[in-house]
Design a protein around this ligand. Structure first.
Ligand code: SF4
Length: 343
């Protein structure tokens, strides 16, 4: 994997104010993204997983400034120039937005029903500098063919397509500005399983052909295992485990990751699975628990977990970087490292 960073996120916090009373005074904050630091490398697919409400989408929307972070830094290293997001001037922000494209979960609501397929990409292409309408129609037609649709469908409206076709149009629209980073936010969750497979194949094909980098958000671990080079597991606005896909599925040091993975359905009826059932709900992000945010649901909780917040620490597992935020994992990994040193 290429080790050149494309996006560096440092200590990002995105909080939403809770207003109450006649004067709508701020009485607290929902900590949707709580102090996340993450590097996305050129050409990789970073999968982000976690339960609903853990902050996956808010993190992605904060990268493209659809949500405004309260603090932190986002540095984007394009092939030609680098930007700090949010950019100080509008023209830099426009350039950065063109390099980072977003594929939304719901293909129906992400397309404007009054625009044809061509209409939904026409203005973007004109702003990109494609002056002649004939050329713009050719580009949109080529993109439709690239996503396995017919060229003559470019004057059809969104309601004339199935869900899978609409998501393909969403992919074509994201690609029409030649992006470097594509954020796929639950991009296949609303589709049938057979259509999911086709769309995932398409995304893989474009990644290789166009040298794209993906952030792939999903709550489906089987999907994320299939598409991702690395996986970040999120819980209550924080990254709790981050590693190469193979290493993560082999090791799983964080109890939350183990519980998530134990819920993956297995096609073999004879296979024995020890499903870990988590008790209780996800805590309120406006009032997170003391110490480890996972401790009220953790089966391995011990005294230290109730008072000390575990940091996301970097370890070496099989010579590769492995990040975990767990006191128990820290003890295990420290021992493992010492054993490896002694050999
Ligand atoms: Fe469980 Fe403690 Fe690890 Fe948190 S720090 S995940 S409570 S063992």
């Amino acid at each position: 994997m290429n080790q050149n960073p494309l996006l560096e996120i440092k200590n990002l916090k995105t909080y939403f104010p809770i207003k109450a009373g006649v004067f709508k005074t701020t009485v607290g904050h929902i900590r949707a993204v709580d102090d996340i630091s993450l590097t996305i490398y050129k050409g990789e697919t970073l999968g982000i997983v976690g339960e609903s409400g853990c902050g996956k989408t808010t993190l992605c929307k904060s990268i493209v400034m659809l949500n405004n972070p309260v603090s932190g830094e986002i540095q984007y290293y394009s092939n030609s120039e680098s930007f700090r997001i949010p950019c100080i001037n509008k023209s830099d922000m426009d350039k950065a937005r063109r390099k980072i494209q977003y594929i939304f979960q719901d293909p129906q609501s992400s397309l404007n029903p009054v625009f044809t397929v061509f209409g939904s990409m026409n203005d973007v292409l004109r702003l990109r500098g494609v002056k002649k309408k004939k050329e713009r129609r050719k580009i949109v037609g080529d993109l439709l063919e690239a996503v396995n649709m017919r060229r003559d469908q470019l004057d059809d409206y969104p309601h004339e397509f199935s869900g899978g076709q609409r998501q393909r149009i969403g992919i074509a629209r994201a690609l029409c500005v030649n992006p470097e980073l594509v954020i796929c936010d639950e991009a296949v969750s609303a589709l049938d399983v057979s259509i999911q497979a086709q769309v995932l194949q398409l995304l893989k094909k474009f990644k290789e052909e166009r040298n794209l980098t993906y952030i792939f958000v999903t709550h489906n671990l089987a999907v994320v295992e299939y598409v991702s080079d690395r996986i970040a597991v999120m819980y209550l606005g924080k990254v709790v485990e981050l590693a190469d896909t193979d290493d993560l599925f082999k090791n799983m040091f964080h109890p939350y990751t183990k519980a998530l993975c134990s819920a993956i359905p297995v096609a073999d009826i004879n296979a024995k699975k020890n499903k870990i059932v988590l008790t209780g709900d996800v805590p309120n992000p406006a009032n997170p628990p003391s110490g480890c945010p996972f401790h009220p649901r953790c089966l391995n909780c011990f005294e230290k977990c109730k008072t000390d917040v575990p940091k996301l620490r970097k370890y070496k597992v099989n010579g590769k970087d492995y990040f975990v935020a767990c006191h128990l994992a820290h003890n295990q990994l420290k021992e493992k490292e010492i054993q490896e040193d002694l050999k």
